[in-house]
Write a protein that binds this ligand. Structure first.
Ligand SMILES: NC(=O)c1ccc[n+]([C@@H]2O[C@H](COP(=O)([O-])OP(=O)(O)OC[C@H]3O[C@@H](n4cnc5c(N)ncnc54)[C@H](OP(=O)(O)O)[C@@H]3O)[C@@H](O)[C@H]2O)c1
Length: 321
């Protein structure tokens, strides 16, 4: 496993991190806690030391599973979690008063709840789960995050940028008040390369590359007939004729790549290839996925010719809306 510095922090994080939305259940169905715990433990055995979760993932269930595993291991594991929007609206809607989303007391009480779920003394990275630069000059979030940091309950802070809209977090990055940003970055959405990544490098802000497999579209086994459990988030995300669109785009990608290329391997190595990325956080619920994904860290970046091919496969769309 290789490690990268998380921006200006002193955290040396595994470049393959652990995305822990799926293990929360509720929105990702079909998983089993036993299997998730085994996957988490295997990831730590293989050198993963960065886990991204959120209070909202299974209403604290993801945090509880992570806390159990982190408390039992002798290794330092960096845990990143998130404060959900008080109005429960994802992503942030421009023009919404911050009082409806992140009032001061609410941020503090969510951090306390996450600490109880995790059973830990401190949160290594606390992120606001939604963000709009409308709030950049507001005082509430700054005071809350600063007070949490000063009390030692939180070590570093960040925000999660809106789906397919990395530019919505450029102003907060420029304030120098945050340590990390998480953003959708994958073969289909390469937009963070234009403005966000250069700014992150200039300001030394950590980048968490989220949704690297486009919620499974880049898993390598996506078909037009793929079925998800009733009520699973992916049933909604891939609704209508979206499965057909995905298959067309992935087929085009396969044709352009070496015939034997593994799509998830190329997708994760694509993220590892950008120097602004501190860690890529694929969602994983099984040991099998943990083992194949962590093995890519040592393989590392893609060749420049392959990256040039992948440039042609950027796909401008938003399945979250
Ligand atoms: N707003 C936000 O802040 C936000 C939003 C979305 C995600 N996130 C974060 O980003 C993380 C990653 O995103 P995600 O989990 O939504 O989606 P993702 O990482 O793009 O895709 C996850 C899917 O890929 C599958 N997978 C993983 N490794 C694989 C492999 N080697 N081969 C084939 N399939 C593989 C997983 O299967 P299994 O689950 O069966 O292992 C799961 O179905 C989340 O877990 C969360 O931490 C944050």
């Amino acid at each position: 496993m290789r490690y990268r510095k998380l921006g200006r922090t002193n955290f040396e994080v595994s470049d393959i991190g652990y995305g822990a939305w799926g293990i929360g259940g509720k929105q990702w169905l079909g998983g089993q806690d036993d299997e998730s715990l085994q996957a988490l433990r295997r990831a730590i055995d293989l050198g993963v030391n960065f886990i991204d979760t959120a209070l909202a993932y299974g209403d604290g269930h993801s945090e509880q599973l992570i806390g159990q595993v982190v408390r039992e291991t002798g290794h330092k594991i960096y845990v990143a979690t998130k404060v959900p929007p008080k109005n429960r609206i994802w992503p942030a809607v421009s023009g919404t008063p911050i009082a409806e989303v992140f009032p001061y007391d609410y941020i503090l009480s969510c951090a306390e709840e996450s600490l109880r779920n995790l059973g830990l003394e401190t949160i290594d990275l606390l992120q606001l789960h939604v963000w709009t630069d409308d709030w950049v000059d507001r005082d509430e979030w700054k005071r809350a995050l600063e007070d949490l940091r000063r009390s030692g309950k939180v070590q570093t802070v960040g925000v999660s940028a809106s789906d397919h809209d990395p530019d919505s977090a450029l102003q907060v990055m420029a304030t120098g008040l945050i340590d990390a940003v998480q953003v959708i970055y994958n073969i289909f959405d390469q937009t963070p390369e234009t403005k966000m990544f250069p700014l992150a490098l200039e300001r030394n802000i950590g980048i968490l590359a989220r949704v690297p497999l486009d919620e499974g579209a880049l898993s390598g086994h996506f078909t037009e007939d793929i079925a998800f459990p009733a009520g699973d988030f992916r049933e909604w995300y891939f609704r209508g004729d979206r499965k057909r669109q995905v298959v067309q785009h992935v087929d085009a990608l396969r044709r352009d790549l070496d015939g034997n290329a593994s799509i998830p391997d190329v997708a994760l190595r694509f993220c590892l290839s950008h120097p602004a990325v501190s860690t890529v956080i694929p969602g994983m619920r099984t040991r099998r996925h943990v083992e194949s994904n962590t093995a890519l860290s040592d393989v590392g970046a893609l060749a420049q010719e392959t990256l040039s091919v992948l440039k042609r496969h950027a796909w401008d769309r938003n399945f979250y809306s």
